[in-house]
Design a protein around this ligand. Structure first.
Ligand SMILES: O=P(O)(O)OC[C@@H](O)[C@H]1O[C@@H](OP(=O)(O)O)[C@@H](O)[C@@H](O)[C@@H]1O
Ligand SMILES: [Mg+2]
Ligand SMILES: [Zn+2]
Length: 178
């Protein structure tokens, strides 16, 4: 049974990213068309889940309660447009912690699949970084690159075979909703 599930990376896809990390609610600046896209997908029956690396926690740049305020704000903004956001999974670890949830490892995608009781094959995972695309490829998700955030930099590198490229999340939603 095909579930209308799409999984999103957060920084650079839903909100602006920064090389200095997104360290506070004030620094969490939504991409307006992305909020609208999530609401439109949700209202059309899609489940929208999120898989996000948050090594800033391990690095001590911000704490879990700050991270949660960003996700409360995300849910509020989407709800204002009549939609909702599904499961948000984050990796709190640093690059040297050897966890299995930090992208490019696929642990967060597997967690989301388990939560919804679905097979990941062919499920679209939308990201802006190589690690997102590699995580998708590792579990047969459809790798989808957007040009927002670090997307233009990622596009300059080799992409996993079959990666689909869109300008932004709004364009991804338009494709899925056509
Ligand atoms: O794009 P998602 O997965 O939602 O989140 C990315 C963030 O956790 C941060 O990931 C860091 O990578 P390192 O974790 O330092 O390798 C840097 O790329 C930051 O610019 C970025 O804000
Ligand atoms: Mg990102
Ligand atoms: Zn982790």
């Amino acid at each position: 049974m095909f579930m209308k599930l799409v999984i999103l990376d957060r920084d650079g896809v839903i909100n602006l990213d920064s090389d200095a990390y997104i360290k506070s609610l004030e620094e969490w600046i939504p991409i307006p068309s992305s909020i609208d896209a999530i609401a439109r997908l949700s209202k059309a029956g899609w489940t929208v889940a999120v898989a996000t690396n948050q090594s800033g926690l391990a690095r001590g740049y911000y704490d879990l309660s700050t991270l949660e305020t960003m996700h409360v704000r995300l849910r509020e903004l989407v709800a204002e447009q009549g939609g909702d956001v599904g499961l948000i999974v984050h990796c709190p670890h640093g690059p040297d912690d050897g966890c299995d949830c930090r992208k490019p490892r696929p642990g967060m995608l597997l967690r989301i699949a388990e939560h919804y009781g679905v097979d990941l094959a062919g499920i679209w995972f939308v990201g802006d970084s190589s690690g997102d695309l590699e995580a998708a490829q590792a579990v047969d998700c459809q790798p989808v690159l957007v040009k927002t955030g670090k997307g233009e930099r990622t596009l300059a590198k080799a992409l996993p075979a079959g990666t689909l490229v869109f300008d932004d999340l709004a364009a991804v939603a338009a494709h899925l909703l056509q």
